[in-house]
Structure formats: C-alpha cells, structure tokens
Design a protein around this ligand. Sequence first.
Ligand code: HEC
Ligand code: HEC
Ligand code: HEC
Ligand code: HEC
Ligand code: HEC
Length: 182
Amino acid sequence: MENKKLSLIFAVVTLGWIGTVIALAIGSHFAIHRFDTPPVQPVEFSHTLHVNDLNLECLFCHEMAEKSIHATIPEASVCLSCHEGADIENPKVKEMMTILQNEGELKWDRVFKVKDHVYFSHRVHTVVAKLACQECHGSVENMTVAVKASGGSSDRGFLEMGWCLTCHKRHGAPHECITCHK
Ligand code: HEC
Ligand code: HEC
Ligand code: HEC
Ligand code: HEC
Ligand code: HEC
C-alpha cells in the first residue's frame, strides 16, 4: 500500500519534471534570443505582417541573399509596387508615403553587421551551405521591427569570430584565416 502510493507520487513528480524540461526546451527554441536594443527606424516595418499575413517570401525583398555577398535591404520601388496608389487609411503607411515624397527613400538603420575586414558571403551560406535565414537571424517573420537576434542554436559571442568558427567546425567548413580575412 505505502509502496504503491510512493511510486505513484514518484511517477507524478517525474512526469511533471520531464514536462517542465520539455516545455522549457520548446520555449527557448522559439524564443527570440535578442542582442542590443531594437533600432529606431524611419517607419516601423513589420516583417510579421508582410511575411506571415501577406505570405511574402524573404527573397521577394531580399533576392540578393541567394545571388551575392550582401542580402541588401529592398529599395522603395519594391514597397511602392503595392503601396503606391493604394488607399492610405493606415497611419503608418501614410507616414511612410510622406517620408518617400519628401526624401525619396527610407534610411534604414543597419541591424546586423560584421567589421569591414571580415569577408562574409550570403550566397555561400544560403545556396551552397543551404542554411535557413533563421539560423543566423532568428525568426524574423515574428518580428515587427527587425532586431539583432540569433536562431538560438549557438549564441555565444554572436557575430564574433568564435560564432562563425563554431558553426564552421560543426559543418567541416574551412577555417583558415584567409577564408574570412582576405
Ligand atoms: C516586403 C519586404 C520584405 C520581406 C518580405 C522581408 N523583408 Fe527583411 N527587411 C525588409 C526591410 C524594409 C528591412 C529594413 C527595415 C528593418 O530593418 O526592419 C528589412 C530588414 C531585414 C533584416 C535586418 C537587416 C539589417 O539591417 O541588418 C533581416 C535580417 C531581414 N530583413 C531578414 C528577412 C527574412 C529572414 C525574411 C523572411 C522571413 C524577410 N526579411 C522578409 C523588407 C522585407
Ligand atoms: C505585396 C504587397 C506589399 C509590398 C511589396 C509591401 N507592402 Fe507594406 N503592406 C501591404 C499591405 C496589404 C499592408 C496592410 C495595409 C493596411 O493595413 O492598411 C501593408 C502595411 C504596411 C505598413 C503598415 C504596417 C502596420 O503595422 O500597420 C507599413 C509601414 C508598410 N506596409 C511598409 C512597407 C515597406 C517599407 C515595404 C517595402 C520594403 C512594403 N510595405 C512592401 C502590402 C505590401
Ligand atoms: C550563416 C549566417 C547567415 C545566414 C544563413 C543568412 N544571413 Fe543575413 N547576415 C548575416 C551576417 C553575418 C550579416 C552581416 C553582414 C555584413 O556586415 O556584411 C547579415 C546581414 C543581412 C542583411 C543586412 C544587409 C546586408 O546585405 O548585409 C539582411 C537584409 C540579411 N542578412 C538577410 C538575410 C536573408 C533574407 C537570409 C536568408 C535568405 C539570410 N540573411 C541568411 C548572416 C547570415
Ligand atoms: C550556421 C553555420 C554558419 C555560420 C554561423 C557561419 N558560417 Fe560560414 N559557412 C558555413 C558552411 C557550412 C560553409 C561551407 C559551405 C560549403 O562550401 O559547402 C561556410 C562557408 C563560408 C565561407 C566560404 C569558404 C570557402 O572558401 O568556400 C566563408 C568566407 C564564410 N563561411 C564566412 C563566414 C563568416 C565570416 C561567418 C561569421 C560572420 C560565418 N561564415 C558564419 C556555415 C556557417
Ligand atoms: C569563419 C570566419 C573567420 C575565420 C576562419 C577567422 N576569422 Fe578572425 N574574425 C572573424 C570575424 C567575424 C571577426 C570580427 C569580429 C567582430 O566584428 O567583432 C574576426 C576578427 C578577428 C580579429 C580581431 C580584429 C578586430 O577587429 O578586433 C583578429 C586579429 C582575427 N580575426 C584574426 C584571425 C586569425 C589569425 C585567423 C586564423 C587563425 C582568423 N581570424 C580566422 C572571422 C573569422
């Protein structure tokens, strides 16, 4: 009798413990591991709205990410292809159109950056290594303003040399100095 009760308590405690560990693991996988404070942009561009709600692909706006070294931020003409001539009820869209009329472009603050002496190529990582954008940028599709965040798999020294090398060693990618310092 006593023994049965004890093992029941033990089973409940163990299951609760396993449940908590799993919940924490899933939570931290989906959590956005952010670094630095969010940038202040000319207008709040919502990735969530354009990617999750409107189903636009990352490459619709960042097509260079598979073609070149730099992924680049889209020019205003990409935005205007939808926003020009559309009903401007939305105050944030109105704000954007006013800036575009006055200044001709949106001066976005850069979020991700490595030092100039470092050679980094998007094409190699997206096309050759077939890595998802989220691996290095976190779940951008769940962000309103893009923030500096990682995918959470290797946060240590994010964007520093050790971060690059950790992943390169894991994948057997080159790690001679000349690979990244030309
Ligand atoms: C409708 C166009 C559009 C789509 C679709 C889009 N982006 Fe963006 N993205 C932008 C604009 C505009 C900015 C600059 C504003 C900002 O930083 O929030 C930006 C900024 C970013 C940045 C920060 C760049 C920096 O300054 O370092 C990253 C990273 C990024 N996007 C990744 C993605 C990923 C990943 C997807 C798909 C899940 C995606 N984007 C889809 C337009 C888009
Ligand atoms: C495929 C069409 C399409 C493209 C391309 C597009 N947008 Fe939008 N955008 C929309 C729609 C639809 C809405 C929702 C409008 C509304 O709620 O009134 C929207 C909403 C917005 C808003 C208001 C967001 C909010 O939180 O209310 C801003 C700001 C904006 N877009 C900026 C941009 C910028 C900057 C670009 C270019 C990098 C861009 N859009 C490209 C269709 C587009
Ligand atoms: C292996 C990691 C990695 C992957 C994968 C990756 N990026 Fe990047 N991204 C970076 C780094 C590092 C920078 C900063 C580059 C610099 O300063 O030159 C950056 C910068 C950017 C920028 C800022 C503008 C620019 O051209 O530097 C955008 C936008 C961006 N990435 C979008 C994307 C998109 C979209 C994808 C997927 C199609 C993607 N990235 C995949 C690491 C990555
Ligand atoms: C998430 C994993 C990951 C991260 C993070 C990463 N890389 Fe890579 N990188 C790879 C893989 C995998 C390859 C090998 C692609 C192939 O040739 O198959 C590669 C290849 C490269 C190459 C081309 C090497 C060659 O000569 O073929 C350069 C340059 C490079 N990475 C620079 C960087 C820099 C700089 C950083 C940090 C800012 C970085 N990488 C971060 C996974 C990563
Ligand atoms: C996979 C890419 C990669 C490889 C391989 C690599 N580095 Fe780096 N290295 C980086 C990145 C990224 C930074 C910049 C970190 C930052 O922006 O703070 C850096 C920074 C440095 C710095 C510091 C400069 C500064 O700006 O503070 C030195 C020195 C350096 N690397 C030397 C080396 C040497 C020596 C080797 C070979 C043994 C090497 N690196 C191999 C990516 C790499």
